[in-house]
Design a protein around this ligand. Sequence first.
Ligand SMILES: [Fe+2]
Length: 190
Amino acid sequence: MITKKDIEKIFSELLSQIKNKKMRDMTVQVWVDGCKDGGWKTVKELEKMPFTLLTDTHGVNFVEHTKAVTKGAMELAKAQLDIYKKMPYKIDMDRLIVGGLLHDVGKLLETTPDGKGGYKKSKTGACLRHPISGTVMAKMAGFSDEVANTIACHAREGEGAPQVIETVFIHQADFATFNPLVMKNNGKLI
Ligand SMILES: [Fe+2]
């Protein structure tokens, strides 16, 4: 079983930057519950899971992706906070970090081992894409609608939809990790 301690260890650097302790604990709990519900039993197993089934990830795993997107989104926010004399909008860093850590948590239910050493979309995943299952998980854990927006609207479900600013940064950081791999695999990364 993947425990609270395991998740705290995996994401320690990012979790430690969430100021609100309740949100930090809730984030960890959503991951623990997601691992349980998705059938991920060990950290080793979890760390082998690719972050997407849509393209060859060249070994970039789900945990690495989650960390890279969260850090990337934070850096996008920090760049504007550093450079702009006056911020046109308010950025909630706790919401940004929590959203980054949870944006793909639904993939714990969407992806499953195929029994042949690879991975496939689960039955749950066929019924509900990860932004939907992840949103349900976050809302059931008690997160706000704004945090839910970062999960619900980070991918194509969010196109044209109203978004909190943190969703915008998470979306951009997410596609900055995904698009180069698709391009590499299509021979378009020059
Ligand atoms: Fe993602």
